[in-house]
Design a protein around this ligand. Structure first.
Ligand code: BGC
Length: 761
């Protein structure tokens, strides 16, 4: 148990294709230091390390949570008003020589209070013999969500739906700026696991189910967070959770995953590889176990693959209490001391302990007994010191909010709103009911209609996002945004606690309105508390939809949710569907603009939206996932909506698909060109997606897989040629010998409904 106390303006074209991601402008990833800077840092690190005692070293490897050093009943909680306990701070910094602190005291702090808090640690650290600053880490996963007044963005799943990496990079850049304005230099983001299991309560923290989309979005976010490492408006990114955390077999958080190494390599490694190549300097480890081996104890994954194969040189931190869990939960370590030995020897650098100092004490013993080699400690501490130096913490241990005048500014809010506008995905628009004419009388109703919680989701103001209505009270809920627009009334209808006594009132209000905006989905949750026995829409919500449908009024369904809630029973009853994901503090304002047509929707689904609870299949499934011959009963592949779907108020026609050659060898590149024309009657943005299908392969091929995308904006009647490249990488998969190969044979390139065949010789 834990923490229970209390478009970019003027955007024209965004391209992501194979190895070419236009958000990277030079060969040297922006976030990496040059080799000269690097070797100078290495020298400084080595010199500092040579002076350090063993106790100082293991202290650097120790990360505690803030509750440990605050006034309160125990190390698991802080009493409010929040106050640091100077004796405990002293003990942490001087006795245990702790190198890192994380988290909030259960409430968000103002940026000024963050400054004061972190300054206390740094002032203490400055009094120690080596004067090594602490590194403070936080989950600023959609903006610096534990700082009051910060700009909160759509959660990652919504950012993925924008198919706009430039916008995502900008959102990350702003998040970094506001995190530094809160004096915090280390952000536990992005999540690079793929959201391939819709039951998993952390699906919304991912960029969706696709490898290519996840990889390119991850790189954009890392670049946005880190910029040039050391610039005091940027932070260290933290790729998480390495590796294979996102697909527990049961769908429940932190339960076992079974992933063949071939699949680990094909689906789960590429996003980490790409982010490492883009210069991400820290990484967090998966709390779960894969194939019976907890990742925190896997030398294979933490050293052989991560270090030797992927070449990661940065700092690897454990997840929350995960060394202890090797003993208490996973039962692979008979004692906590064994757990520490196993995990440090497997390759962790820092332990998010986070509640006590046992890690330091036992690790000193382990080194003195010879069970953990000093070289292992030295390599871990070198990486930690280097990250601290890269971030400029030795010169600037704390950044002052006064130096960040743009914190919470209107221009940052506009970027957040743009992200919401480009993410919210129109999935149905029967008889083009949308956009609504000005003056249409609207009833806004439903469980997600009048709260900031379902707009922001978890990790918002507190861990579970449960206080969003308090801290974001100046922002608009959907009901408030529509009422401000005029001609709207609100009736709750249903809530999340199973009550249905307000349905009649909603029906009466619907009768007085022209259109119903029915807002359903999920309330906020984070991690394990979000585990669910069912992803079916609750009965009371279905009952409200049915009662409203009986009025004969048109219904626009708005889904605010972190994972797809199955609603096949009511889908035929609604005229329009918006998938809003968790669009952040400006999501409701964006929705008003989309519903009334001031803005044109352009989001596309980054996941398959299932229609049935026992048909949870990804879009890039195998051919045998769709056995639709007669008498195969319910064996067909039938989704409510598919990955990549998303409507606009205009229409786009794809034509003239051309390839520069019909045959290629491994070293060649084929250029693909398609003409896109806006054939409707208004300006719009369109994400052009290129899929590749390997027709026959030694491992059953996927039906299709995304290999490039570009977001363009076209005026009414305008056309544009969009080009992609097909390289060996676009045609590759991991074979039975675990090699990434492109096998000779035929492939199909598809864009929209157009298809071209090519051959690899
Ligand atoms: C989560 C991580 C998070 C960490 C620190 C863990 O429970 O799994 O994603 O970064 O807590 O808050």
């Amino acid at each position: 148990m834990r923490r229970y106390i209390i478009t970019i303006l003027g955007l024209l074209i965004v391209s992501c294709n194979s190895e070419t991601n236009t958000t990277t402008t030079s060969n040297q990833p922006a976030s990496q230091t040059t080799s000269k800077e690097d070797s100078e840092l290495d020298k400084k690190v080595a010199s500092l390390l040579s002076e350090m005692t063993l106790e100082e070293k293991v202290g650097q490897m120790t990360q505690i949570t803030l509750d440990v050093v605050t006034k309160g009943d125990d190390q698991y909680s802080s009493s409010l008003p929040y106050r640091l306990d100077s004796a405990l701070v002293h003990k942490a910094i001087h006795t245990y020589k702790v190198g890192s602190v994380l988290n909030t005291p259960g409430i968000p702090l103002s940026k000024e209070d963050w400054y004061k808090t972190i300054k206390v640690f740094q002032d203490e650290a400055a009094k120690t013999p080596r004067q090594i600053p602490i590194i403070y880490g936080i989950d600023a996963i959609h903006g610096v969500n534990y700082t009051t007044g910060a700009t909160l963005f759509p959660q990652q799943i919504g950012l993925a739906a924008t198919f706009n990496p430039i916008l995502v990079k900008e959102a990350a850049r702003i998040s970094a700026y506001e995190t530094r304005a809160s004096s915090i230099p280390w952000n536990f983001s992005p999540v690079l696991g793929l959201g391939r299991n819709p039951l998993w309560p952390r699906l919304w923290e991912t960029f969706g189910e696709d490898v290519y989309l996840g990889k390119t979005m991850g790189v954009a976010m890392v670049e946005g967070y880190q910029g040039k490492v050391g610039d005091l408006t940027t932070v260290a990114s933290c790729m998480k959770h390495y590796l294979g955390y996102s697909v527990p077999l049961s769908g429940k958080d932190r339960t076992p995953a079974w992933i063949p190494e071939r699949e680990l390599r094909q689906y789960f490694l590429p996003a980490f590889k790409a982010a490492i190549d883009a210069g991400s300097i820290t990484l967090m480890i998966n709390s779960g176990d894969i194939n019976g081996v907890p990742v925190h104890a896997s030398k294979f994954l933490l050293t052989d693959v991560l270090r030797d194969e992927l070449g990661f040189k940065g700092l690897a931190v454990t997840d929350w209490s995960d060394i202890n869990y090797l003993h208490t939960r996973h039962k692979v370590a008979p004692t906590i001391k064994d757990a520490i030995r196993m995990s440090v020897n497997a390759g962790i650098d820092m332990s998010m302990v986070p509640h006590d100092f046992q890690f330091s004490e036992l690790l000193v013993e382990l080194v003195n007994e010879g069970s953990v080699a000093m070289e292992r400690i030295n390599s871990a501490v070198s990486r930690i010191l280097k990250v601290k130096m890269q971030l400029g913490l030795f010169e600037n241990p704390v950044t002052d909010p006064k130096d960040y005048p743009d914190f919470g500014s209107a221009k940052f809010a506009q970027v957040s709103k743009n992200a919401a506008l480009e993410s919210i995905t129109l999935l149905k628009n029967k008889n083009t009911i949308l956009p609504l004419a000005e003056g249409t009388k609207i009833l806004v109703t439903g469980a997600t209609a009048n709260s900031m919680r379902p707009l922001n989701g978890g990790w918002s103001y507190n861990w579970q996002g449960s206080e969003a209505d308090v801290y974001a009270k100046n922002m608009n809920t959907v009901a408030e945004a529509f009422m401000k627009k005029g001609n709207a009334v609100f009736q709750q209808g249903v809530t999340f606690d199973g009550k249905n006594d307000a349905i009649d009132a909603a029906v009466r209000a619907a009768k007085q309105s022209d259109v119903v905006l029915l807002c359903l989905g999920e309330n906020s949750y984070t991690e394990t508390p979000g585990n669910t026995h069912s992803i079916m829409m609750p009965d009371t919500h279905v009952a409200l939809a049915k009662a409203l449908a009986k009025t004969g009024k048109k219904i626009i369904l708005v889904l605010l949710e972190g994972r797809p809630v199955i609603f096949n029973e009511i889908e035929p009853l609604v005229d329009a569907v918006f998938m809003g994901y968790l669009p952040g503090n400006y999501g409701a304002d964006a929705l008003v603009d989309l519903v009334y047509g001031a803005e044109n929707p352009s989001g596309k689904l980054p996941i398959n939206y299932p229609k049935y609870p026992h048909s949870l299949v990804n879009y890039n499934h195998k051919h045998s996932d769709n056995i639709s011959l007669p008498n195969y009963y319910e064996s067909d592949y039938d989704q409510q909506y598919e990955f990549g779907e998303g409507l606009s108020y205009t229409t786009f026609q794809y034509s003239d698909l051309e390839v520069s050659a019909e045959e290629m060898t491994e070293n060649e590149t084929i250029k693909v060109k398609v003409k896109v024309t806006n054939t409707g009657n208004r300006k719009g943005k369109e994400s052009v997606l290129m899929f590749v299908s390997d027709l026959y392969a030694s491992i059953t091929p996927e039906v299709r897989a995304l290999k490039g995308y570009q977001k363009i904006e076209l005026a009414k009647g305008a056309s544009q040629n969009v080009t992609f490249e097909i390289t060996k990488e676009s045609l590759s998969f991991v074979n039975a010998a675990l090699e990434t190969v492109a096998e000779p044979g035929d492939f199909e390139i598809s864009i929209g409904n157009l298809v071209k065949k090519i051959k690899l010789n």
